[in-house]
Design a protein around this ligand. Sequence first.
Ligand code: XMP
Length: 521
Amino acid sequence: KILILDFGSQVSQLIARRVREQQVYCELHPFDVSDQFVRDFGADGVILSGGPNSVYQDEQWRAPQAVFELGVPVLGICYGMQTMASQLGGAVEGSSKREFGYAEMRARGHSRLFEGIEDRTNAEGHGLLDVWMSHGDKVTELPPGFKLIGSNESTPIAAMADETRGFYGVQFHPEVTHTLKGKEMIGRFVHDICGCGHDWNMPDYIEEAVKRIREQVGDEEVILGLSGGVDSSVAAALIHRAIGDQLTCVFVDHGLLRLNEGKLVMEMFAGRLHARVVHVDAVDQFMGHLKGVTDPEQKRKIIGREFVEVFQTEARKLRVGGTEAKWLAQGTIYPDVIESGGAKNKKAHTIKSHHNVGGLPETLGLKLLEPLRDLFKDEVRELGVALGLPHDMVYRHPFPGPGLGVRILGEVRQDFADLLRRADAIFIDELRAADWYDKTSQAFAVFLPVKSVGVMGDGRTYEYVVALRAVQTQDFMTAHWAELPHSLLGKVSNRIINEVRGINRVVYDISGKPPATIEWE
Ligand code: XMP
């Protein structure tokens, strides 16, 4: 396995993704872990990430010295290369010229890292590589024992190696796709240089995870809040595979779910997987508490609070009925866990503030079972498929915890929710039919509680508006509105207005994020 030390680059998580794509297990940890941690980790190789700092400005932003004493290969990327150079006796200098973006690098000499993976060769037969750079500082003097293995005009030492020790440094970023042969380089490092096998794959992972869950839980009972979302569904399927009826899922219908969501979840988990699922109809309770509330944050708070309330009541009922859960299972995934930025003294375990079932562990006093903690989203999806969950469930767009509660602007009402559900289902249906669903990251309808005039037949109508939202994004931090074909939008609009009595106008949201957010509230 590979240990990745994070110096705070924006793309550190990508390094982990690239390594796992090579079917090699890896973990990302802050750079300031102790020497002892590094020694105990048992790495076959270490990767030092990039980061925003300067090695000569902050003495503390260094790799634990143990990294260079383990006797395993080390790859330093960007800042990682600079700290490697500096810690091993080379020199790093700032420069007035920042290099950012695409660059062509010439491979020099022979190195295991680049051998045979150039993009092209120049007239003299030297290998040339298309790489992506983002740096100001650079290595200006090789540490003792190192040789030059890559350079270009602006960065004379763009890559270096001490092949006897298996130490490599690259100034560019092999983890981003703009470095065309980045994947091959990472593969070369983890397989050929570190000697890792291809042993991180889903079937094996399931077997190990099942064993681990059984060991952890023993004969105790587990309770899980099933939302119908990808993470909780996959966690439920995995835990059920491990411990069967020791798992009880609680599915809370708060009246703000998508069309048929409850039915589909019950069919899948209770029907096909034969899992124990308690379906709680809490619609009246939620609607009652939301009555008259228009402030979005207030609505979120109420929905979150009521969720905990309902969940607790169910847990208590189960206890009376003889099921005393000792464990609370959650679909926490790796990006929820790892801190980005590698900031000092900020340890892991930060769960998203709007995590659906946040707050549950403290109030319930249960032990936490989080079997997806070391998986990335796409791995969770792969796992879901391997566990037999339907493709459509596993590749679904994200859905916010407060559900339609933040897609009905202003006061949440049951009749509004019913209209919105139907409009939303039509939109999603048509997106799927037109093969646009997988080309968008998130798509949904929003209910606007304003009435406008329309005509239908000979009559005049005065009814509500629905807005359609579809966005494309990598990380949901920034997003573009999707340029859906006009014919598709037209069809969706027609169907909604014809089929959903109460809606007579449909508009399409063409705002980017920023400045707009993806949700309307
Ligand atoms: P915004 O609207 O902030 O949304 O651009 C970014 C992503 O976060 C989701 N989102 C939420 N998820 N509880 C959640 O579980 C929430 O309160 C919440 N608000 C926004 C949103 O759907 C999008 O994917």
